[in-house]
Ligand binder design. Structure first.
Ligand SMILES: Nc1ncnc2c1ncn2[C@@H]1O[C@H](COP(=O)(O)OS(=O)(=O)O)[C@@H](OP(=O)(O)O)[C@H]1O
Length: 331
């Protein structure tokens, strides 16, 4: 700096050399201090001086954790993040399988006060949880919890104050969606009707088939209500999550006690995909839809089989409407 000042000013500037050099070194110290201060400000506030990428590292998505088949988008850059603490989740998306749980979690992750584990942990392992700062909510989603007998007592043992979110979808469409997923992994699978019906002529439904059993929402909810009061649950309509994502996300944010940050401006309807997509999801500057395994075409199922299944579910659905205090309008 001194030499530079000297060269710039020549001999006539020799008298001011000392002052210029001093001023320059003062400026460089100030600049360094400013950089250090800015760095610590970002770290302590939970924001990332590197942009969204390092913030996203706190919420690794499914692909990063080797679960890309779940349809979670995958464009995050792993950057070490040692700030915040790993907590058990304060809110869990407990189901239902094929209800729209991935869409809900990905939409929630836009919220700055939500930190979520992208993969489905399937057990309450704190080390898998992302780091969260005070005031942020730790979340996870594992759709099988809703139908697992022991899950309510285990969740309660961990934290009886846990908020529970269930995305429910017409059980008939849900069953077909579930079948479609299994068929995609096992193309030799018997037909839907041969699995759903115990007896084709009497139309007796096989309730032991998981694709059917999962849709008995009233039965599964009854099990959860032995451990948690109804006020701990939020039932999200899988249908409305598609037709009005912002509206449904408004309810979710209220339930979680979050500021309403996620709104209409975050979504657009992608005509090709046939589903709402995110305009600018966390960790990305480009619009993004869920993966190929979300929103895939369903095979043709004979209408009389679907009708029979609809009849079968009707009393269970009505019971579920009563228990949850919400009419989902499936029949
Ligand atoms: N925005 C958006 N984009 C794509 N897909 C969407 C969306 N919102 C809801 N859905 C519906 O989510 C269904 C998959 O549900 P899950 O994510 O709960 O499935 S899983 O249990 O985690 O496998 C998936 O079921 P299928 O249509 O049968 O593929 C979708 O209908």
């Amino acid at each position: 700096w001194h030499r530079a000042g000297e060269q710039l000013m020549g001999c006539s500037g020799c008298r001011g050399r000392f002052n210029v050099g001093k001023a320059l070194s003062k400026a460089s110290v100030s600049l360094t201090m400013l950089l250090i201060f800015t760095y610590f400000f970002y770290c302590l506030s939970g924001l990332s001086p590197l942009g969204d990428a390092s913030a996203r590292a706190a919420a690794p998505d499914a692909a990063q954790l080797g679960n890309a088949s779940d349809g979670a988008p995958s464009n995050s850059i792993p950057v070490a993040n040692t700030f915040g603490t790993k907590k058990f989740p304060q809110a869990i998306i407990i189901g239902v399988k094929k209800g729209g749980t991935r869409a809900l979690l990905e939409f929630l992750r836009i919220h700055p006060d939500v930190r979520a584990v992208g993969a489905e942990p399937h057990f309450f392992d704190r080390s898998l949880m992302p780091r969260t700062l005070d005031g942020q909510i730790t979340m996870e989603k594992t759709p099988s919890y809703f139908v697992t007998k022991e899950a309510p007592s285990r969740v309660c043992t961990m934290n009886c104050q846990t908020k529970l979110i269930v995305v429910v979808r017409d059980p008939v469409t849900r069953a077909v969606s579930d079948y479609t997923q299994t068929l995609s992994k096992n193309p030799g699978l018997p037909t839907f009707q041969s699995l759903a019906l115990k007896n084709a002529s009497t139309g007796l439904i096989d309730t032991t088939w998981s694709a059917v059993r999962i849709g008995l929402y009233a039965k599964h909810l009854e099990n959860w209500l032995q451990h948690f009061p109804l006020s701990h649950f939020l039932f999200v309509s899988g249908e409305r999550l598609v037709s009005d994502p912002a509206g449904e996300m408004g309810r979710v944010q209220d339930f979680l006690g979050l500021k309403r940050v996620i709104s209409d401006k975050h979504f657009y309807f992608n005509q090709t995909k046939g589903f709402p997509c995110l305009k600018k999801p966390e960790g990305s500057s480009r619009p993004r839809c869920l993966g190929k395994s979300k929103g895939r075409p369903h095979p043709h199922i004979p209408p009389e089989v679907l009708l029979r299944l609809r009849e079968f579910y009707k009393p269970f659905n009505h019971l579920f409407y009563q228990m949850s205090g919400q009419d989902f309008g499936w029949d």
